[in-house]
Design a protein around this ligand. Sequence first.
Ligand SMILES: C[S@@+](CC[C@H](N)C(=O)[O-])C[C@H]1O[C@@H](n2cnc3c(N)ncnc32)[C@H](O)[C@@H]1O
Length: 263
Amino acid sequence: MTSKGSSVQDDSHSDYHKIKQQAKDSMHRGVWQNRFEERFVPLSQREMKCDLPKEAIRAISQGKHYISYRGIPMAKDPFDIVLYETLFYELQPKAIIELGAYTGASALWMADILKTFDCPAEIISVDIDLSLVDEQAQAAEHVRFIEGDCHQIEQLFPAKMLQDLPHPFILIDDAHVNIDGVYGHFHQHALRSGDYFIVEDTVPWIPGKFGEADDQTEWGDWKWGEISDFFRNHEADYRVDQYYTDFFGYNTTWNWNGFLRRQ
Ligand SMILES: C[S@@+](CC[C@H](N)C(=O)[O-])C[C@H]1O[C@@H](n2cnc3c(N)ncnc32)[C@H](O)[C@@H]1O
């Protein structure tokens, strides 16, 4: 519906006809497949750097402590909120496993987005301690919370359960433990060609202690070190999707080189 109110008829202040024509000419629905000359590259071709300065990441990390979804605290930065949504629309996943449920807000948010896209997916979110999971999240359709320890990943996600998952499938590692065991297990039993693996918090410059706003320590590059070992050993199987990692500038995400597609 368009409005012909007097305020919009007066266009003397700007040449909006020209602007709209330019926008129309460059308009594109969904993902710009030709945005990068080479979209999928091996991790070994990527650098551990980011176009955002360290001070900006520290400042945005402070703001992250105040982010909520439907009133529930959620630990996502503003860049990844956009990147997840874009990826979800492109991939139309049928299943998502999130390691690290926290309050359940991120699982609820993902379920809501996918519902809006008319693409309901089965979402399983696990945590070693589900005591903070909000009742709105617990009541969400298509979301299941499981309490368990990623150190015992074979018991938490038996191979048979993973083999029965529908695809496309997305794995999100936001628990940051037992990297080799967890990644190897999902690699062997769950991730197939075309699936995505989102490796959260590879950025070294965020505060070291989750949830502490005035923390002066630094998270560091330990996660990067561990994931690089894994992906070096599976070099042929995964590609970094630069469309997402570099959407706002080189690695302008909390997940540096952390959007990977299985070949
Ligand atoms: C960064 S938070 C997750 C944030 C959430 N995904 C979000 O976006 O809002 C990390 C979570 O991992 C959980 N966690 C830590 N160690 C774990 C383990 N061994 N197994 C499962 N979950 C664990 C913590 O309890 C915490 O809730």
